[in-house]
Design a protein around this ligand. Sequence first.
Ligand code: F6P
Length: 298
Amino acid sequence: MIKKIGILTSGGDSPGMNAVIRSIVINSIKNNFKVYGIFYGYLGLFKNKIKHLKYKDINNIIDKSGTFLGSSRFTKLKKYKIKKKEIIKIKRKIDILIVIGGEGSYKGALKLNNMGLPCITIPGTIDNDVPGTDYTIGFSSALEIIVQYIDNIKYTLLSHKRILILEVMGRKCNDLAIYSYISSENCFIITKKNFNINNLIKKIKKNKNKYLIIIITENITNIKKLSIKIQKKTNIETRFTSIGYIQRSWKPTAFDRILAFKMGDYSIKLIKKNKTGKCIGIKKNKIIHYDIKNIIKK
Ligand code: F6P
């Protein structure tokens, strides 16, 4: 019978991570489970940075971005050779581990699960790039700041009749770019698939709007060089900017808080049914789960 639950947040922080920790703590206590926070991701697990969490620890965190448990990248665990005796030691403290993070964090959970530490994962990243879910916790909040940024920056662009290249996060996933493009006007979008400089210049020349925002996902091209090229070929003043880490640090939207609550609640329901090695997602507005091993393979 599972009695002690550990929680850690891993990878890039995302708005709503605190809300999901809160949900897990509330639902654990309600079900008479003891719940432990593990600090700074997987590293904290092996360095014994564990604290028993109570109601008072989760007070006043629902609206805060970041993660009060701290985070670290899975790459650090990847290099680490986990010993069987370390798993045995961890299992003296917790029976099951809930990991909140992106795909890399899922890989870490699968590794630990296969070594005998039962794990459940919850998708927490702004990138919306985790398999097995339509939305990740943090995506809605990051999208909100991008859209607000576009709504506000356009007046400066309009005043100068300028083009702005706006780089958004997403790693290799274009969802933040696509959804913010759909939510805004007078924008073009560049994805890896459609990126063709000559076509882009042609489209800009045909553009009749008094300003233009070109939304682009990070890691596609050098936006400084691109802006110089566009200005040279079109004779229109072109600037560039990256929104940067505020996308991760934005106040969690109500959507992310609700998603966090539902997924946290669902994780405890899975634990009550002794279902482990699972990842939680939302599909067609319904909270669901899959085997982590099947999702990672895909
Ligand atoms: O995964 C979230 C994310 O913000 C990506 O969008 C971005 O590519 C990356 O993390 C940045 O990572 P770091 O925090 O290591 O600079």
